[in-house]
Write a protein that binds this ligand. Sequence first.
Ligand SMILES: [Zn+2]
Length: 160
Amino acid sequence: MLLEIDGWKVGLKFSASHFIPSHHKCSRLHGHDYGVRLRIFGETKDHILYDFVELKNEVRSLCEELDHKLLIPKSKKYIRHHIKDDRIYVSFEDKHYVFPKGDVTIIPVNLITAEELARYFSKKVLERIRFPENVKGIEICVDEGPGQGACNYIPLGDEK
Ligand SMILES: [Zn+2]
């Protein structure tokens, strides 16, 4: 059995800006509307696979942490940054930016790509939610605009 939640339709969305160094177009500061889609795989128990209210709430709160922010990767592998007073200084290649700290969310990833965001959401969801035994896997997708995104599947329970 498969349960699907389309965040575009149920409000699991956020708008954020980012840049990807070395990418011809995406190395310039720009933004996207992001949507999060969830798929839950498993067996039904008492005619239900999973009561997804808690899952939706957790994903919604993760979206709110990123909404209307500039997203910066915590790893300094590609983008250097440091915080001084209420500002964050960001640089890569020959570019240098200064942003108010409150406008930025730092995420523990290497780059702000749909792939890395899908991995980040999966990790956070698993930290916050304990799925029942009948749930055998979850897939979390982060779309950069409707119709294009990255999905991360995580096996649970017996499949681990
Ligand atoms: Zn982009």
